[in-house]
Design a protein around this ligand. Structure first.
Ligand code: VG1
Ligand code: CO
Length: 546
């Protein structure tokens, strides 16, 4: 039999394929440049151990480019000797569901096609993320090796064959490779049923407890419909914007008060719903709302930690918890009272993976609307929604009451993130580098009327494998427990995004019911003055405040 493997030679390699916080994220147009996608996939297939003879999981959030990428990856996987490739009907596979499939099938890797919360469509963004054998984002050692490979790539191998159909489950050969198209939702539902008490949650949702879930025309629509309206019996229409669209209906599938404002208005201004939630493009983030109550993601992690034993999966307690550095210390206070370890990692889910694999932590989360547990190795939007519904079903009280009770026990961490998006790259780096240069001179200064206890650039030594990660964000820790952190985003595709994270702690005896922007006003203006944000960016206000 003559092989149909085509060897394509590249005149020169693409040198811009450096993965950021969550893989390689670029404009859809860039990914449509001839050989661009293929080059990155080639670098992945050459670098990931065990590709020849192994299993791969491939799928994405349904955005523009998803199906084409699945076709290209399938044919390239065949050319690289992969024996089994698992993908899904319509190519629809949320990031947490992908993590589950990788673990369940012992895949050597997963390739997730998503730019998460970035807009999609021909004028939007596309992304390729590699997950490793544990189901989590590849560690930096692997993404660095993939990048190094891409830099000197001379060509790639691909099988010439027609695209396989993703319309229905089935098995399709491409040379020695079997492509298995499965339903991408089934296994995820089964996993959720192992973790939570569906009878109890269903009992809540079937009995006059209206909730609203916004899938933002992204990947969680099919999952949420089957979970909430199917298994749990919530009324039809509970899931809004449930059909995944290639451009997310022109929206920005980022579940926060700015981009999910329709849902926010329903809950924060109206009285029709008791609970609201939204997920992002690839289904790994969550926003939780109660009636007239927004749950800050850092607080959400703390509440889940404090009440974890109410969910069957965590009824024996938690091994420990972790949060990313910019996430508020709300969970630290809970962990201390519970007497369990609390780790502080750099931004991005990959750093939680080692802690989860080593059994050191059970729950973890980030301020950016990401929460998860040891059930997979990604953050998981619908899992967090179910966890909150489990608490509500057990406690039979409101979200606002849960928050008030939490703050009265543990104190409150007022928290906000201010994002300045699409700053011209040189300006952003100029601002950041200047600030970094100032750090040594700040140690004995005052900031917003308080003494600066520490001024540093965060670095992290992994307690499991000892690896060191530096340059993870500029921190000003004040003597009363307040903090300001400055970071440049690793997921943006236009210019640079500056994130300013602001936090101040009020103990249980203090004033707990204030607007966070007011409570943080002095830190906000001091941060602007120190970093010269307005002057240097020319922006009068942040693009997004969460
Ligand atoms: C952002 C968030 C970070 C998150 C990352 C990936 O990164 O701040 O907390 O892990 O997105 O999330 P950055 O570098 O732009 O701050 V997702 O939903 O894209 O996997
Ligand atoms: Co995401």
């Amino acid at each position: 039999m003559t092989s149909s493997v085509l060897r394509v030679t590249l005149d020169q390699p693409f040198t811009d394929q450096k993965p950021g916080t969550s893989g390689l994220r670029k404009s859809s147009r860039q990914f449509e440049t001839p050989h661009y996608l293929e080059s990155f996939i080639e670098a992945i297939l050459r670098t990931v151990p065990g590709v020849a003879g192994g299993t791969l999981v491939v799928g994405g959030d349904g955005r523009y480019g998803n199906r084409r990428a699945i076709d290209v990856i399938s044919r390239m996987a065949a050319a690289h000797g992969v024996t089994r490739l698992i993908t899904t009907t319509g190519g629809i596979l949320s990031t947490p569901a992908a993590s589950n499939l990788i673990r369940k099938h012992g895949a050597v890797a997963g390739i997730i096609l998503s730019a998460s919360h970035n807009p999609g469509g021909p004028e939007g963004d596309f992304g390729v993320k590699v997950n490793g054998v544990n189901g989590g984002p590849a560690p930096e050692s692997l993404t660095d090796a993939i990048y190094a490979c891409s830099q000197s790539l001379d060509g790639y191998r691909i099988v010439e064959a027609p695209a396989i159909s993703l319309e229905a489950p089935g098995q399709h050969p491409i040379e020695a490779l079997t492509v298995e198209v499965i339903d991408g939702v089934d296994d995820y539902l089964a996993l959720m049923q192992q973790l939570f008490d569906f009878d109890q949650i269903g009992d809540l949702l079937r009995n006059n407890y209206p909730i609203a879930f916004d899938a933002m025309h992204a990947v969680t629509g099919p999952y949420a419909r089957r979970l909430l309206e199917g298994l749990l019996g919530a009324p039809a229409g509970t899931v809004r914007n449930a059909i995944p669209l290639e451009d997310f209906g022109g929206g920005h599938p980022d579940p926060n008060l700015t981009y999910a404002h329709e849902l926010a208005e329903l809950l924060l201004q109206g009285d029709d719903y008791r609970f609201g939630a939204a997920c992002d493009g690839d289904g790994d983030r969550n926003m939780i709302l109660g009636r007239r109550c927004f749950v800050n993601p850092s607080d959400s992690l703390a509440v889940l930690t404090a009440n974890a034993t109410l969910a069957p999966a965590y009824s024996n307690g938690l091994a420990g918890v972790a949060r990313s550095m910019p996430t508020s210390a709300a969970v630290d206070v809970v962990a201390q009272q519970l007497g369990i370890a609390c780790y502080e990692t750099p931004t991005g889910w990959k750093f939680f993976g080692n802690l989860l694999d080593a059994g050191r932590i059970t729950l973890c989360g980030e301020e950016s609307f990401g929460t998860g547990s040891d059930h997979i190795r990604e953050k998981d939007g619908l899992w967090a929604v179910l966890f909150w519904l489990q608490l509500l079903a057990r406690k039979r009280t409101s979200v606002a009451a849960i928050m008030a009770d939490h703050w009265s026990r543990f104190g409150r961490h007022y928290y906000s993130r201010h994002d300045y998006e699409a700053i011209e790259s040189e300006r952003a780096h100029g601002l950041y580098d200047r600030l970094k240069g100032l750090l040594p001179s700040l140690a004995d200064e005052r900031f917003a009327g308080r003494a600066i206890a520490t001024a540093d650039d965060f670095s992290y030594t992994d307690p499991v494998d000892g690896s060191l990660t530096t340059g993870q964000g500029l921190r000003l820790l004040l003597d009363d427990g307040s903090r300001v952190v400055f970071r440049l985003s690793g997921t943006g595709t236009q210019g640079a995004t500056l994130r300013v994270y602001l936090e101040s702690y009020v103990p249980p005896s203090g004033q707990l019911q204030q607007d966070p922007q007011q409570a943080l006003a002095d830190l906000i203006s001091a941060a602007d003055a120190l970093a010269e944000i307005r002057v240097r960016t020319g922006m009068e206000a942040p693009t997004v405040i969460t």
